[in-house]
Design a protein around this ligand. Sequence first.
Ligand code: ADP
Length: 630
Amino acid sequence: MLPRVILKENFIKKSQQKKITSPANYKERFFELDTHELKYSEIHPPKPPIVKGCIELVRIKCVEIVCSDVPIPCCFKFPFQVYYDNYYLYIFAPSNDCRQRWVRALKEETKHNDLVAKYHPNFWMDGKWKCCKKTEKLATGCHVYDPTGFASEKSLPKLPQCKTIEHNDGAMTLIPLQNYAPLGDNELPLEIDKECVLIDSSNTDWWIVTNSSGETGFVPSTYVAKKSGDDYQRFAWFNKDITRAEAEDLLKTEGREGGFMVRHSSQAGTYTTSVFTKALGSNGEQEPKVKHYHIKQAETGEAAFYLAEKHLFSTIPQLIHYHQHNAAGLITRLRRPASICCPPPIVNSVVVSSFATFATFTDQWEIDPNELTLGKELGSGQFGLVQEGTWRDKKVAVKTMKDKKMSEDDFREEARVMTKVSHSKLVQLYGVCTQCSPMCLVFEFMHNGSLSTYLQARKEHISPGVMLGMCVDVSEGMAYLESSNFIHRDLAARNCLVNHKSEVKVCDFGMTRLVLDDQYTSSMGSKFPVRWSAPEVIRYAKFSSKSDVWSFGVLMWEVYNKGRLPYENKTNLEVMEALNAGMRLLKPRLVPDEVYLLMEWCWKEKPEQRPSFAVLLHELAAIAEPAQEL
Ligand code: ADP
């Protein structure tokens, strides 16, 4: 009987041979499951696919999702495992739905095989199983294998039947603090601005909620704020019974830049935020200090909290979440919650800040200085020197950090954040070398340098079709960052790079937060990128994905003007005045009307009126499609 094809999909597959985990070991492959085998191939259209591996289904002993909190160094974040013969194949799917579909289908096809009784729910990594710590790769599993059901990504309490849920929390409204993409069937997605109703908060970490479509499921409790009368115990930043002196002691002992907490003020019913900083003093030396900010309430009738400047929030968790991303008047942004008890069990999917995960991070991403050879200088940027280099027979770009421009702590934290993001349209970080002095970051090499110089150098040879392709590339990278709740903060043609295939990729994401230089971070400073900044960023440093969208509009303008400086005849101050008066960049000669309309959409005064990157990508791709067919 001829095999029947069941599923086909592009996944990322981790190499089974190599011991060291680096992004280079993750390869995109086209997978095909039929009734006889699971086959994966390399594809380079228009060439025919080259089959790289094939597993007969009868050899499979277990198929299950992988439950792990280790950073996944590729853009597909949903791993599953296929255990066959004596090998483990790790496959990374782009979404949970897709992963579930494949695991379900594979389980169905292999249910009559000679299966394992127990399996390993976590990865085999660095010579041991991350679940049971056994050091023998073929050691018996530590979890019962269910050949028909699904493993749960987390040990969630079981979701009660909707009918039997007791509304023990009344109809309390919850406001999502950030987006949340569910990892399991019993969870619900959260979207900022889309309120939901609390049904059950009996489990501290996972609350049951109902959304506006009437669906019920679990959400992480630290991702939501109660619209009225919240208790903050579930947040890592809240220390209930701690005095001002104790708070100072704890923050100073930890000594971490941006360490912070919220505590009760001496004035009953009010709260104070205490934050630690080592910001440079006027003498250029670091001066450790703790600052205390009273959380004030504006008299607006409704609850309206604010800290240093009047950015009002209807709940304290919203206010803290905002200042975790924006200093906006505080001495530093609130970076790391300092807690008198243990770290919280749930961590943000992008920014993780516990020491335990840092250890995993360095293990995985540390580059041996002996494997790194440095070559000629490529350029010097805001953050330091960039040199050509070689690492494991690959050409790489090595970025060293300028002395005193940033703290080592920050460097490590941000480098780890970068390891969390991976996409074909983002310049890939290969690893970090913390043993080098100064520390350095090792990136994929981009032969054609920065987009702005590329545009300027090839003025005559870039067609409008190519320009549109460049905008599509950048919007793809940015749509991925947006979906990962990640804000770039300095998107501009100079911060994108071009590779040997003339593909454009975004780089320097999130790096602006690192600079310890007032000239750069203050909107009045000479180095502040006013020409690329949204009005709310210039006025009160309110960064968001929508302020990145504004910058993207300016980047599109740069592309269609072949690398010209935006508002070239104006000073920074004149640019600010022009924006305040409602003026915008003029239509470039070469831009099609429909693309200029998108630019204007990016430059709407109100952030919420601007499109998302997902929408921009969709619109640009739709414009590009017919152009490519000509
Ligand atoms: P910064 O963002 O710190 O100001 P850049 O990242 O722009 O510095 O780097 C300065 C220059 O180094 C760039 O203009 C580019 O020419 C070169 N460069 C940076 N990263 C790479 C890379 N990954 N591959 C090739 N060249 C690079």
